[in-house]
Design a protein around this ligand. Structure first.
Ligand code: DGL
Length: 270
């Protein structure tokens, strides 16, 4: 009864941590496509092809349900995958919708028409590909009206995290927050729209100031997955073993994952 969790690299581990705490009896198979990270500077076609290949790999592990714990893949590839590629017997879900449902104060899976919500000025921090896709604004417009979104493409942050360079990642976060604040000086809420960014959550909160509510996806995705599995238990796959797979070098990836999550994680070659 395994569920697959996919990211281009280490970022999805923030989601993996939250889902495995929320659903301790469900085995999770994590796949990081570290050999091809970062996705955020790739074309939509490239992201689609890489994400489909990774999803097939997780299906082969007995995971009929795969969570794209990657905003870039969720933004640039998921809609096309669901419309043209995923068979009826499988499910692929992204990380945007749970976040937007929380921001717009909706129940999980509530698809009623857009309505006015209390938050009006939202800062979105994400990869260049996620920002370019405008998927966040599209999904938000289905659910809320009158919300002003200012998006900041955070070039370099994922690279710095994948390379294990926390000092560079922090400096880049500060400069991206400053750039956004020049265009939207007083956001009420900030979205960490990349699953790598919770690893830098303290730097984001510090640069934004205490008054800004920072939304990150991990716990929201965990709650919405728990709800989904109650509604659709048939999509818990046949796999029984939790494991960490990478397309990169397992030794190097294990050591960076251990550094960022501050607990020992052992990756195997995918
Ligand atoms: N963690 C990913 C995301 O949520 C991927 C970033 C990347 O590979 O550029 O967007």
């Amino acid at each position: 009864m395994a569920v697959g969790i996919f990211d281009s690299g280490l970022g999805g581990l923030t989601v993996l941590d939250a889902v495995s705490k929320r659903l301790p009896d469900v085995p999770f198979v994590y796949l990081g496509d570290n050999a091809h990270a970062p996705y955020g500077v790739r074309t939509a076609d490239d992201i689609f092809n890489l994400t489909c290949a990774a999803t097939e790999r997780l299906w082969a592990e007995g995971c009929d349900l795969v969570i794209l714990a990657c905003n870039t893949a969720s933004a640039a590839a998921l809609k096309r995958m669901q419309e043209t590629w995923v068979p009826d017997t499988k499910r692929v879900l992204g990380v945007f919708v749970p976040l937007i449902e929380a921001l717009t104060e909706r129940q999980w899976g509530d698809n009623s028409p857009p309505r006015e919500v209390s938050v009006k000025h939202v800062a979105l921090f994400a990869t260049p590909a996620t920002v370019a896709s405008r998927a966040f604004q599209r999904e938000l417009a289905y659910r809320a009206s009158g919300v002003d979104v200012e998006a900041q493409p955070c070039g370099g942050v994922v690279d710095a995290i994948e390379q294990g360079d926390e000092i560079l990642a922090e400096a880049l976060v500060r400069s991206h927050v400053e750039a956004l604040k020049r265009r939207m000086p007083m956001p009420e809420a900030a979205i960490l729209g990349c699953t790598h960014y919770p690893l830098m959550a303290a730097a984001f909160q510090d640069a934004l100031g205490e008054d800004v509510k920072v939304y990150s996806q991990a716990n929201l995705v965990a709650e919405s997955l728990a709800d989904y599995l109650i509604r659709r238990p048939e999509f818990v796959g046949a796999g029984t073993v939790s494991k960490f797979l990478t397309t990169g070098d397992p030794k190097a990836v294990s050591s960076k994952a251990t550094q960022f999550l501050r607990r020992r994680i052992e990756f195997e070659k995918a």
